[in-house]
Design a protein around this ligand. Structure first.
Ligand code: UD1
Length: 419
């Protein structure tokens, strides 16, 4: 079993290059189903989640080739819509995004229901509500969901909650639908804008992505393109917290200030300083004494739930009381028990965690209970006294490219062992 070992105590310095956003690349790969022409996705991060998704598309008879430096050449012209590999679909929740484009291009899709996951039950009701309003007939039985429609028809769809996945799935379904679709209370995450930008570059007609009300004029066909997705704001944010927690100053290449605004503003409130050095380059100065802060996770542009565990690691060693309220997922505090093992003083009351900053953490055996919880364990390990051994690191590999190498490049003592 592989583990990541962190020997705490080193300060960080220098520069780090952030990869492109996993949460953009996944829907963009899926959206290529809408287009039978050749598409190149530039510099795709070759993460476990990306590999699972490309394997799924390959199992459906799509051609996907890494033509160097993560440039993925995709051709879905001979896609075989029947042959969906349930095992691969169950491996990753994001594969449910396949339904929108499949329904839009083939008028039919049957896939196994995604299960819950360890951060919450994660239902799909909003996805299905959108497909129904676009004219699809939906049947769910024996753990499968099947959607059928001759040709989807545009409609007005109001989402009860601005779900990222539902917005993406409905957006993709509407691209080849007849007429106009309006998605209201749509998610505003930068990855939604990126997906719409990718689709528009291929000839889709989408307006308003990223501002809550998205209008999609259906088109009949799309053209082939080459596209570079946006940088990973969660990876960049993780390095920002790394600078803060180790009292260090580092430069992050591939950090978009606008996309990172909620994280940057919260870190500024803690006492971290930022210098914008050019397009997508930010120097983070975490050398000053930090203050406690209160955080409530919310859909974008609120504070991202995907940065909550990392911020909790920082606040665990920030003198004073901080309160974190998690409103997006119902069970996203599993890292608390691991932080407490390291000496943190955190109490949970429902969806709220009360953190009393301690002087220091001590290294021990901990688990990456989910992807971002795993990042929080690395961050805590960087400041803990002694050695932190992190297990279940397959979660971390789902979302961070070469994480130990990147931290080693900044001067951290971190490595992977197989034991
Ligand atoms: C995406 C991100 C994930 C991030 C999350 C919230 C990807 C691949 N993953 O996940 O990293 O943490 O956004 O920013 O982009 N919900 C419903 N019904 C639905 C759909 C969602 O009730 O039909 C609820 C979920 O249970 C959850 C909340 O909405 O409590 C947010 O989920 P959603 O925005 O859909 O997240 P994902 O797209 O799954």
């Amino acid at each position: 079993m592989e583990k990541i070992i962190v020997e705490g105590g080193n300060k960080l310095k220098g520069e780090v290059n952030v990869s492109l956003a996993k949460n953009s690349v996944l829907p963009i790969i899926v959206a290529s189903i809408l287009n039978p022409n050749n598409i190149v996705i530039e510099n795709a991060p070759m993460l476990e989640d990306v590999i699972v998704l490309t394997d799924l598309l390959k199992s459906m008879n799509c051609k996907i080739e890494n033509i160097g430096e993560g440039n993925l050449e995709i051709n879905t012209s001979s896609l075989n819509e029947i042959n969906l590999n349930s095992e691969l679909i169950r491996k990753m929740r994001a594969s449910f995004l396949i339904m929108g484009p499949m329904l839009s291009r083939f008028g039919r899709c049957r896939i196994s229901m995604p299960g819950g996951c360890n951060i919450g039950s994660r239902p799909i009701d909003l996805h299905l509500k959108g497909f129904k309003l676009l004219g699809a007939e939906i049947e769910t039985e024996h753990g499968y969901v099947e959607a059928k429609a001759k040709r989807l028809k545009g409609n007005r769809i109001y989402l009860d909650f601005p779900s990222v996945g539902a917005t993406e799935n409905i957006l993709m379904a509407a691209v080849l639908a007849e007429g106009t679709t309006i998605i209201e209370n749509a998610a505003e995450e930068p990855e939604i804008w990126d997906l719409a930008n990718f689709l528009n570059s291929m000839g889709a007609k989408i307006q308003g992505a990223g501002v809550g009300k998205i209008t999609i004029e259906g088109v009949d066909s799309l053209k082939g393109i080459s596209y570079k997705p946006i940088y990973d704001r969660v990876e960049a944010g993780t390095f920002m917290v790394a600078a803060a927690i180790t009292n260090s100053k580092i430069t992050i290449n591939g950090a978009n200030e606008e996309h990172l605004r909620p994280t940057i503003e919260k870190l500024k409130e803690c006492g971290v300083k930022f210098e914008i050095r050019g397009k997508d380059i930010i120097t983070v100065d975490g050398t000053k004494l930090k203050s406690p802060v209160d955080i409530k996770t919310l859909p974008y542009p609120g504070f991202p739930t995907d940065m909550q565990p990392q911020m909790m690691a920082l606040l665990s060693v920030t003198k004073g009381s901080s309160i974190i309220t998690e409103t997006v997922f119902e069970n996203r505090f599993m890292h608390v028990a691991e932080l407490v093992r390291m000496g943190a003083n955190i109490k949970i009351d429902g969806r709220t965690a009360i953190i009393e900053g301690v002087n220091s953490l001590t290294g021990c055996d901990v688990k990456a209970t989910d992807l971002r919880a795993g990042a929080a364990m690395i961050l805590s390990g960087l400041v803990a006294q002694g050695r932190t051994e992190i297990s279940d690191i397959y979660h971390i590999d789902r979302g961070y490219v070469n994480i130990e190498e990147k931290f080693r490049g900044l001067g951290a003592n971190i490595y992977r062992v197989d034991k």
